[in-house]
Every structure is written in structure tokens, then in C-alpha cells.
Write a protein that binds this ligand. Structure first.
Ligand code: HEC
Ligand code: HEC
Length: 300
């Protein structure tokens, strides 16, 4: 007769313990997502609106139009990716969000239903995220405050260029996280460093021939959202070449350039690289990035 209450208490306890460990797992996913989104992924570099001085506006995180673009094939701003139901992604489920981030496909409902995302949303790199990291990013996006902020509808002018990134195609595993060089390769991939640091010819970035050689031009004509005095910049050679690249730089000098935007000779580096986001990278992750950069064959 008194077996039932015991069994019942056991059941309730079991469910409670399970619920508790599930919410602990959720909390650690949100923390991991917060770390990735606000450091190496720098989603806010495009998605968080900026004040006139180029600084992100507090309380408006990820609510859209941090940067807007005007390319021959596309004109539009980075979307509101807060959980607001009308102007953000509050009505998207987790799978829809993951598909947008890793494949560039919008769900078949809501604003611009089923219209593919422009390539400035770097899905060819984000697809390399491990399932755990992708879950973490989604958990974090769900946890940020919903901000009502209507971003104008994007305009698609002609066929959009898309190009795969070799390391993202090969993919990464959780085991890769344990070797510094492999973890560095992973971080550099999801951070799309080489998209900027590799030259392009006829609209194609030369990943196979000139990885890390630099020479891509950025100017205010294509991108809006940086301080008015930004006149553009050219990405640098970050291969191991002793003169043209960073072969002679110390680890500390490379880390200072990435996290503080200061070049080896002390001069300040300009946007669009997200130095202030990278400032939050853990030292072990920065070491991993440097370890991988050192493996890049020297290019003149
Ligand atoms: C280089 C700028 C840039 C970065 C960095 C960036 N995005 Fe985007 N993102 C965009 C642009 C531009 C669009 C809108 C594309 C369009 O309208 O076709 C977009 C669209 C999206 C959408 C679709 C939302 C909608 O309503 O259509 C999601 C989701 C998204 N981004 C998530 C992210 C996440 C998560 C990150 C970080 C991993 C990120 N983005 C990093 C530029 C960026
Ligand atoms: C959105 C494009 C972009 C991304 C993404 C980017 N960079 Fe850069 N990076 C640049 C540009 C442009 C410069 C040169 C800025 C200048 O000269 O003022 C630069 C400068 C540097 C420098 C300093 C080189 C020198 O000679 O002063 C290093 C090192 C560097 N980047 C490494 C990285 C790493 C590592 C990543 C990924 C974590 C990364 N960059 C991501 C565009 C980018």
C-alpha cells in the first residue's frame, strides 16, 4: 500500500533531477553561444546597430542594420536576429534558424519567405560549426532580449555569387578542438578570416592559390555603418612570409593586432576587421589561431 507514494516520490525526484541537469546544460550552451557570437563569430559586427562613432548601441544588440551593403547583385542590411516576433526571428524554430545560419535559406513563412540570404551572410564558413557549437549559438540567440527594430526589406538585383571554403567543406569534429593547430583552423574558418585575407580574381576568392596573401579592398562605397572618416582599407598578407607576411612577428605582436587592432609598427588598423569582438577571445583560442597562421605557406 505505501509503495505507491515512495515510487511516486522517486519519479518526481527523477524528473526534477533531469529537469535540473537539462537546464544546467541549457545554461552552459547559452554561455558557449555568448562566447562564440561575441568573439570569433562577431555576428554583432554586422547585426548590431552602431552609433555615429562606430560603437555598438547598448541595449540594441543584434537588432539589425549594423552594416548595410550595396553590391551590384544585392542591396540590404543585416537582419534583426533578436527573438522579436514581428521584426526579428521570434517566429522561427531552431531548425529554421540553423538552416539560415549554415545554408543561407529562409523559412517558408514570414518576411521574404524562402528567399535565400545574400552571401555577405557567411554561411559557407558557418556551416563548419560543430553541432554542439551550432546548438550553443541558437540557444544564445534565443536568450537575448527581443528588440523591435524594423530593417528595410533587402533587394536582390541579380544572381548572387556563392563560393565554398575548402576547410569548411572538409568539416571539423569535436576531437579537433583538442589539437591547437586544428582548433586554430576551426576558429579561423568560423571567423571567416581568410575570406577577407585572400585576394579575389573575377569575383572568385583564390583560396587554393593564395590563401592568406591579403590584398582585398574594402571601401565605404560597398559597406555602410562605419565611422564617417573611414576611407577604406586593404587586407594584409598574414602568411608566414618573413617580409611580406607575419613570419617575423612574435606571437604577442600577432595577438595584439587581432585583439587591439595595432600593427607591428604600432599604427592603428582600420575596419572592417572586428578587433573589439576578438578582444574577448580566450588566450588559449588566440594561441590556437596563431599556431594555425604559422602553418600558412609563405606567399610574396
Ligand atoms: C559580414 C556581415 C554579417 C555577419 C558577420 C553575420 N551576418 Fe547574418 N546576415 C547578414 C546580412 C547582410 C543578412 C541579410 C541577408 C539578406 O537579406 O539576404 C543576414 C541575415 C541573417 C539571418 C537571417 C535573418 C532574416 O530575418 O532573414 C540570420 C538568422 C543571421 N544573419 C544570423 C547570423 C549569425 C548567427 C551570425 C554570426 C554567426 C551572423 N549572422 C553574422 C550579414 C552578416
Ligand atoms: C572583414 C574582413 C576581415 C576579417 C573577417 C578579418 N580581417 Fe584581419 N584584417 C583585415 C584588414 C582590411 C586588415 C588591414 C587593416 C588596415 O590596414 O588598417 C587586417 C589586418 C589584420 C592583421 C594585421 C596585419 C598587419 O600587417 O598589420 C592581422 C594579423 C589579421 N588581420 C589577422 C586576422 C585574423 C586571424 C582574422 C580572423 C580571426 C582576421 N584577420 C579577420 C580584414 C579582415
Amino acid at each position: 500500500m505505501n509503495r505507491f507514494p515512495k515510487l511516486f516520490t522517486g519519479l518526481v525526484l527523477g524528473v526534477l533531477i533531469q529537469a535540473q541537469s537539462a537546464s544546467a546544460a541549457d545554461a552552459s550552451a547559452v554561455e558557449r553561444g555568448r562566447y562564440l557570437v561575441n568573439t570569433i563569430l562577431a555576428c554583432g559586427n554586422c547585426h548590431t546597430p552602431k552609433a555615429a562613432d562606430g560603437q555598438p548601441i547598448a541595449g540594441k544588440e543584434l537588432s539589425g542594420a549594423g552594416l548595410s551593403f550595396n553590391a551590384p547583385f544585392f542591396a540590404g542590411a543585416a537582419s534583426n536576429i533578436t527573438p522579436d516576433r514581428e521584426t526579428g526571428i521570434g517566429n522561427w524554430n531552431d531548425d529554421e534558424l540553423k538552416r539560415a545560419i549554415t545554408q543561407g535559406l529562409r523559412p517558408d513563412h514570414g518576411r521574404l519567405a524562402s528567399v535565400p540570404l545574400a552571401p555577405m551572410m557567411w554561411v559557407a564558413f558557418y556551416k563548419a560549426m560543430t553541432p554542439g557549437d551550432l546548438n550553443a549559438v541558437v540557444a544564445y540567440l534565443r536568450s537575448v532580449p527581443a528588440v523591435r527594430h524594423e530593417v528595410p526589406l533587402s533587394e536582390y538585383k541579380r544572381q548572387m555569387p556563392r563560393q565554398p571554403y575548402p576547410d569548411a567543406e572538409k568539416g571539423f569534429t569535436e576531437v579537433d578542438q583538442q589539437s591547437p593547430v586544428r582548433r586554430g583552423a576551426y576558429l579561423v574558418t568560423i571567423g571567416h578570416c581568410m575570406e577577407c585575407h585572400t585576394p579575389a580574381k573575377d569575383g572568385k576568392t583564390l583560396y587554393e592559390q593564395a590563401l592568406g596573401k591579403g590584398g582585398k579592398r574594402y571601401g565605404p562605397g560597398l559597406v555602410k555603418g562605419y565611422p564617417a572618416d573611414w576611407s577604406g582599407s586593404v587586407s594584409r598578407n598574414i602568411t608566414s612570409h618573413p617580409e611580406a607576411g607575419i613570419g617575423r612577428w612574435t606571437d604577442a605582436e600577432i595577438k595584439r593586432a587581432i585583439t587591439q587592432g595595432i600593427s607591428r609598427d604600432g599604427h592603428p588598423l582600420k575596419p572592417p576587421m572586428g578587433f573589439s569582438w576578438y578582444a574577448g577571445l580566450k588566450d588559449a583560442d588566440l594561441d590556437a589561431i596563431v599556431a594555425w597562421l604559422r602553418t600558412l605557406p609563405a606567399l610574396e
